[in-house]
Design a protein around this ligand. Structure first.
Ligand SMILES: Nc1ncnc2c1ncn2[C@@H]1O[C@H](COP(=O)(O)OP(=O)(O)OP(=O)(O)O)[C@@H](O)[C@H]1O
Ligand SMILES: [Mg+2]
Length: 509
C-alpha cells in the first residue's frame, strides 16, 4: 500500500461543525481517509461520530467546514449527490425493502433496461450473483430480502455500494448486532474491499475489532477530533485514555459471591419451533449469563419468561411463586424486569422527553401520592444519567435526538432504577462506549451484591467471562452446556454455542 501514502487522500474533512438548536453536535470534525485503508472512528457516545458520517453522506449540511474528495472541494446537498461522488454508507440497521428480491434492492431505481424500456432481469440477476460470489457469500440474487439476518442485509448493502462503484465505504457500528462468525465474514469482505483500494471508515465500540481490522485510528471527543495515529502504534489502554480522557481502573469488578435463595426458576420451558425444554435457576447475588449465537433463541426465552411471548409447556417461578404465562404486568409486580435487546424500538418513546423516558417504569412509584412529581422524575433521571455518563444537554428534549448509545443508556438507567428482584438484561452494553460499559458492570456488581439476581444475555465473550458466575450456552433452541465461572473460556463457550460436542474440545482448556 506504499504507493498511497504520499497520494492525495481519497477524502478529507476539515473543521466541520454542526449544531441542532442549542446542541453542538460537532465543533471541529476532522478526518483524512486514504485509499486502501480501513480507518477506525472512535469516541464516547455523543462524541459526534454519526453526525460526522451524516455530513459526509449528504444527510446533514454542515454549518461550516470543508470537504475534499480526491483533492477537489465538494459539498453534498443530498444523499444522492454523495452517492454519485462515490460515497456509500452502511448504517447499523439496513434500510432494504423486504418484499423485493436482493437484485431489485441493489438496482432500486436504476434497473438496466433494453431499447424499448423493458427491465433486463437476466442481466441484473447475473450481475448481482457475480457481486455476491465475489464477496464470498452464499446468497442468490432472486431471494426475497424478508427473513434475511441483519448480517446478510449488510452484505447486500455492501454489494449495492460495489455495484455503484463506491470508492469510499462508511460503516456506522456494523458489528453491533452481529454474532462472532458473522463479524468474521464481514471482516473478510472488508479486507477484500481494501485490496480493491476502497477507503473504509469503520465505527465501533468494540475496541478489539480496531486492532484486527484497521490501519489508522481517529478519536473524537465532544464534537472535535482529539487524536489520530496508525493503529500499530497504539494499545487499548492508550485508545481508552484518549477517548474518555481518564484511565479506567477496574473494568470487570465482579466479586465472587455465595449465592442466596433461588429467585428465578425456569422449568421445562418450551415454545414449539423456537426453544425446547429450557430449565435453569438464578439465585440472589448471582449473575448468570445466557450465551450463544444470535438466533439461538436466547431473547425468545427471555420474552417468554417475562410474559411478552406465550409458551407451550413449562413453568416460571419468581421467589417460589408460579408466574402466570403471558402477563408482563404480573411479572413486574412479582419483581421481574426485562431490559430488551432492541432498546430503540422496544424500550424508548422517542418523541417523549429524556426525563420522562428515564422515569417511565417507576412512574407507578412516583404517582402513588396522586401527583407526578417532575422534580423526583428529574432527580432519578439525573442520578442514573450521571452514573452512566449520559450525554444529554437538555433532559426535557425528545429522546429521539440522543445519540444511539445515549438512547441505550436512558433505557438501561430506567430499569436499574426500578430495583427489581430479578433483572433480565439482553445485551447490556450493546452500542455503549467503554467508559459507560465499565459503569454498567460496576452497577450490576453492586446490585447483585445487594441481593438482586441477574440473567444476562450477551454475545460479547469478554463480558460473559468477566461478569458471569455461571454460563448457560444455548444452541438451536436448547441449553447445550452449563459452565461454572472457574471453567469458562472463550473456546468452551464457542464450542457449545456452535453445538460441538464436549468431547471435541476435550481437556484442551
Ligand atoms: N437531530 C438531532 N437533534 C438534536 N441533537 C442531535 C441530533 N443528532 C445528534 N444530536 C446530538 O449531537 C451529539 C452527537 O451525536 P452523534 O449521534 O453524532 O454521536 P455518536 O458519536 O454517533 O454517539 P454514539 O456512539 O452513541 O452513536 C449528541 O449529543 C446528540 O444528542
Ligand atoms: Mg452514533
Amino acid at each position: 500500500m506504499q504507493q498511497h501514502t504520499d497520494a492525495v487522500p481519497r477524502l478529507e474533512l476539515k473543521h466541520a461543525s454542526k449544531s441542532f438548536g442549542r446542541v453542538r453536535a460537532l465543533s471541529d470534525g476532522e478526518l483524512v481517509l486514504k485509499a486502501g485503508e480501513v480507518h477506525a472512528l472512535l469516541g464516547e457516545n455523543g462524541a459526534g461520530k454519526s453526525t460526522l458520517v451524516k455530513i459526509l453522506a449528504g444527510v446533514h449540511q454542515p454549518d461550516s467546514g470543508e470537504l475534499y474528495i480526491d483533492g477537489t472541494p465538494r459539498r453534498f446537498a443530498t444523499p444522492a449527490e454523495a452517492r454519485d461522488a462515490g460515497l456509500a454508507v452502511i448504517y447499523q440497521e439496513p434500510t432494504l425493502f423486504f418484499d423485493l428480491s436482493i437484485a431489485e434492492n441493489i438496482y432500486m431505481g436504476r434497473q438496466p433496461v433494453d431499447r424499448v424500456g423493458r427491465i433486463q432481469y437476466d442481466a441484473m440477476r447475473d450481475e448481482v450473483n457475480g457481486l455476491l460470489a465475489s464477496l464470498g457469500v452464499d446468497l442468490r440474487a432472486d431471494r426475497l430480502v424478508r427473513g434475511l439476518s441483519i448480517a446478510d442485509q449488510q452484505v447486500i448493502e455492501i454489494a449495492k455500494a460495489l455495484s455503484l462503484n463506491a470508492s469510499v465505504l462508511i460503516m456506522d457500528e456494523p458489528t453491533a448486532a452481529l454474532s462472532l462468525p458473522e463479524v468474521e465474514r464481514l471482516f473478510a469482505i472488508v479486507r477484500k474491499l481494501r485490496e480493491r483500494d476502497v477507503a473504509i471508515l469503520f465505527i465501533t465500540h468494540r475496541l478489539d475489532e480496531v486492532f484486527v481490522l484497521t490501519q489508522h485510528v481517529t478519536i473524537m471527543r465532544d464534537g472535535a477530533k482529539v487524536f489520530d495515529a496508525p493503529t500499530s502504534t497504539l494499545t487499548t489502554d492508550a485508545i481508552v485514555a484518549k477517548m474518555v480522557g481518564r484511565d479506567l481502573e477496574t473494568f470487570y469488578p465482579k466479586a465472587d459471591v455465595t449465592p442466596g435463595e433461588v429467585r428465578l426458576a425456569v422449568r421445562g420451558l418450551t415454545r414449539i419451533g423456537v426453544f425446547t425444554d429450557i430449565s435453569f435457576e438464578v439465585r440472589a447475588g448471582e449473575i448468570v449469563a445466557l450465551a450463544g449465537l444470535v438466533g439461538a433463541g436466547r431473547s425468545e426465552v427471555a420474552r417468554a419468561v417475562f410474559g411478552i411471548d406465550p409458551y407451550d409447556a413449562g413453568e416460571v417461578h419468581i421467589g417460589g411463586k408460579r408466574l402466570a404465562p403471558g402477563r408482563p404486568a404480573a411479572a413486574v409486580r412479582a419483581g421481574l424486569a426485562l431490559v430488551p435487546e432492541d432498546r430503540r424500538q422496544q424500550g424508548l418513546a422517542l418523541e417523549l422527553s429524556i426525563a420522562r423516558n428515564a422515569s417511565m417504569t417507576v412512574l407507578g412509584r412516583l404517582v402513588r401520592h396522586g401527583l407526578i412529581f417532575t422534580r423526583s422524575e428529574t432527580q432519578l433521571a439525573t442520578h442514573w444519567g450521571k452514573r452512566l455518563r449520559l450525554k444529554a444537554d437538555d433532559p426535557s428534549a425528545a429522546a429521539g435526538t440522543l445519540s444511539g448509545g445515549n438512547q441505550q443508556k436512558v433505557v438501561l438507567g430506567k430499569w436499574l432504577a426500578t430495583h427489581p428482584n430479578v433483572l433480565i438484561i439482553d445485551e447490556p452494553t450493546r452500542g455503549i462506549d467503554v467508559g459507560a460499559k465499565a459503569e454498567v458492570y460496576g452497577a450490576l456488581s453492586e446490585l447483585v451484591h445487594n441481593g438482586m439476581a441477574v440473567l444476562m444475555i450477551s454475545s460479547e465473550l469478554p463480558e460473559v467471562l468477566g461478569m458471569a458466575d455461571r454460563v448457560l450456552v444455548m444452541h438451536e433452541g436448547r441449553i447445550s452446556a452449563e459452565i461454572a465461572r472457574a471453567d469458562a473460556s472463550e473456546q468452551r463457550i464457542m464450542s457449545a454455542a456452535l453445538g460441538q460436542h464436549a468431547a471435541q474440545w476435550g481437556h484442551a482448556a
